[in-house]
Every structure is written in structure tokens, then in C-alpha cells.
Design a protein around this ligand. Sequence first.
Ligand SMILES: Cc1cc2nc3c(=O)[nH]c(=O)nc-3n(C[C@H](O)[C@H](O)[C@H](O)COP(=O)(O)OP(=O)(O)OC[C@H]3O[C@@H](n4cnc5c(N)ncnc54)[C@H](O)[C@@H]3O)c2cc1C
Length: 475
Amino acid sequence: MLAARIVGALRAIVGDDAVIARPSEVKVYECDGYTLEKSAPEVVVLPRSTDEVVRIVRLLHAEDLAFVPRGAGTGLSGGCLPINAPVMIGTSRMNRIVELDCDNRRAVVEAGVINLSVTNAVRDRGLCYAPDPSSQQACTIGGNVAENSGGPHTLKYGVTTNHVLGVELVLPSGEVVQLGGAVEDIPGYDLTGLVVGAEGTFGIVTQVILRLVRQPEACKTLLAVFDSVDDATAAVSGIIAAGMIPAAMEMMDQVIVAAVEAAFHAGFPTDAGAVLLIELDGLEAGLDPQMQRAVEICRTTRSRVVRVAADNVERAALWRSRKRAFGAVGRLAPNYCTQDGVVPRTKLPEIMRRITAIGQRHQLRIGNVFHAGDGNIHPILLFDERNADEVRRVLDAGAEILAACVELGGSITGEHGIGIEKIAQMPLLFSPADLLVMSQLRQVFDPERHCNPGKIFPTPGSCVETRRPHRQAAA
Ligand SMILES: Cc1cc2nc3c(=O)[nH]c(=O)nc-3n(C[C@H](O)[C@H](O)[C@H](O)COP(=O)(O)OP(=O)(O)OC[C@H]3O[C@@H](n4cnc5c(N)ncnc54)[C@H](O)[C@@H]3O)c2cc1C
């Protein structure tokens, strides 16, 4: 139990209205988008500036207390769940765009700025911030940096690390460091690159220097409907083999298409085995011939309907439906768990067969959304958290899916991070020596392991079963 003296000291730093300590109120912060495990912090502090973050962290350091950073809580691997960390530091009030330098295509933003707000702020200047997670209306830049988030358009434009030039980081000692900077190619070790994807285990990111890119001159979106995922995957491979780099190639299987159509009425046929959204962008002049080629490839791979969006309104409707696919799943079951794995693109049909078999073996309904161009799969396991046996089966099936991804030459996460969810799977990819090196690297930034403890690294002998009793399971 956190001493009243410490809660009082936190109030003195940020003010009464920025400290949440009532048990009924901290419960709101007991999980992120991964709802299978829950654990509420004792106190949530909502600083407004780097200076307040520094004073909070110094106080916690002096008291030998651990803390967990939190952005919007949309993470899907339990990254901001407090594990042996009584204090949560939320960045939602640090939401200022500090500087826009459109001429040099840079933006300096506080960590709590919402992803989409950056593009909204520079749209009129013909610019945008390229990484576009489907959660972009809610998730924060600080969370994106921690998870190295991607999105539908990362096939062409890359992930967060390709768009972050520098960060301001408050180390767990309370010291502020500036890493990277506004110019390209700063000599020395790429410490900014280390912080991006560190899942908040190196310190709290308070400001970020972002790269802005020009909005493409023209965009065209194609909807292709297939009877099977195999055929849709053949189209994806065919398009890439033809030398095109679409801005996005997103696939949804039948379960998801039916849910999305019921929710948003974008005109997806609900009996389709798979639906592919392909977006091409670039100079207006070259786009039509490329789109024609993509249409031909889809037809060759047995697409039964190929439709190019007639205008921006139709294009926006298609994307709205895709980006809200997770929300639409709420119609199918009281709860769902979104898995995140990667396989080589050519293995998409094989992983789909395995997922279907795993679902059948565990008597679970599973829908699939993919960033197909990257081989990044998102199986969505449907369940009811009031059914403890079903919860157990979801955890087991999720672990089997990730093991299958690794077996097929892939990875246990494409963009959602390890968090707490995938700790047990780390040894599938990394040897004890690999893990030791990573842990030693973390030690450089956070020798006392005060910042977001209990994440990423398995403790010796740990596995999912030994982990579960330490936290309150959702069931
Ligand atoms: C509907 C839905 C769709 C999604 N689609 C995508 C997608 O397309 N692509 C994708 O990559 N992800 C996606 N996600 C996952 C999630 O939105 C991203 O991981 C996002 O970057 C998390 O941001 P957040 O602000 O919510 O962070 P949080 O969930 O609050 O935190 C995530 C991690 O970041 C750490 N953290 C947060 N802020 C800071 C900070 N300032 N400094 C240091 N560490 C910090 C936390 O400790 C935690 O470990 C989706 C999630 C949902 C719910």
C-alpha cells in the first residue's frame, strides 16, 4: 500500500485533479486492449509537462518505487499493465504539438498527442504523419514509439522507427536526455532507434521529433473478393512479384467481413472467403496503368469481384470499415483477443490452415485480419470472459498460433509488442544469451528496473502457467 505521504507528495507536484487514487477510479486503468489479464495501479498521476514528469520520477526513484508509463491504453499485449509497480504515469495531458516545421517536414510533439492529430495539423500543407495504426484516432505518439507501431500503410511507408528522428526521454533516475535530433544521420550509436520499440522499459518518452511526409498526389483503392484466402494470397504475391509496392494490402477473412458488413454496410459480400483491399498511391500519371495491372492479377488469381473505388467518398468508406474491423467484432462475442504474429507472405495459406485447425481443436471461433503485404496476421479469438474454461482455451490457442508462426519462419509479434502477453514465447525466438544481452542493454537505461518492470523478459523457469496466479485473471 502506497504511503499517504507519497500520494500527498505527488499531489503537491501535479495538483489534486491530476492524481487518481480511489480504488473505484483506478480500476479504469486495470488493463489495456488485452483484457485477459488485469491489475490496477494504486495511483495514477497525470503530469502536464516534462518538468512534472521529472519531479514525479525523482520522487519515485528516491522512494525506490517502480512505475509504468501509459498513453491511451490501446495496447494489445498488456504493456501498460502495472506489475509490481504501484504508480502509473499517464501522458494524456501532455498533448501539445510543440512545433510544426513544414518546410523541413518536422513536427515536435508531446508524448500524449494522439496519432491522427499530427496529420490533422499538417493536412492543409499537403503533409501527413505516415504510420497509421487502426487505433490512430485514440493511440498516442508515446505509445506508438514504445511499441514501434505499424498500420495498413507500413508496407510502403515503414513503421514508427522510420519516422522518428529524436526523442526526449526521462530516465528512471529522473535525468532528462535528448536522443537523436531534427537533422538526419546524426553520428554515433542510434539510441533513438533503441528507444523505439523498447515498450517503455527505458524511461518515459516526453517529446518526440517526427518526420512528416508529403501526401501522395493521387490514391486509388481496389476491393477484390475471393472465394478463399489461398487465392487472395496468390494475388498479394503476384502484385509484389510484378514489381509494384502498394501503399497497403489488407485482407479480411469471412468471419470478419460478415461482422464489418453488418456494422458498416460498405458493400462487402458476406459469403466471400476473403476480401482484399489494395491501395496504390503516387503520381497521378502512372497510377491508372498500375491499377489496371493489379486488377488483371486479381482476376488471374480467381477474384470473383474486382471493384476500384469510384471516388474519395467510396475509398474512405472502404478504409473506415477496415480500420473499424476490431470494433465490429464486438457484435460477435462479448470479448475478443487480438493475436499478432508474422509469417513469410508465401506462408499465409499455411498459417491460415493451422489457425483453423487450432480453433477447431480448442472449440473457438477465430476471425482473421491481416496486413497481408507484410505477412502480419491478426487472428481474433472470440470468447466470453465469464467462461473460465474458454479463457484458458483462448490462452492456449494463442500460444499455439504464435508457435506455428515461428515454426513457419516468422515471429511472435509484428507490431503489438511482447508486453506481458508474449513473455513465455520469447524463448521460441531468442536464446538465453540473446535475452541476456537485451537485459543488459536495458540495465544501461534502467539499472533498478523501475520503469515498467515485469515486461518482455521471461524470468528463469517462467511460463504462462507460473505467471497467471500473480495477477488477477479476467475470468
Ligand atoms: C482497435 C485497435 C486497433 C489497433 N491497430 C493497430 C495497428 O494497426 N498497428 C499497431 O501497431 N497497433 C495497433 N493497435 C495497438 C495499439 O493501438 C498500439 O500499440 C499503440 O501504439 C498503443 O498506443 P497507446 O498510446 O494506447 O499506448 P498504451 O497502450 O498506453 O501503452 C503501450 C506501451 O507503451 C508504453 N508507453 C506509453 N506511453 C509511453 C511513453 N510516453 N513513454 C514510454 N513508454 C510509453 C506503455 O508502458 C506500454 O508498454 C491497435 C489497438 C486497437 C485497440
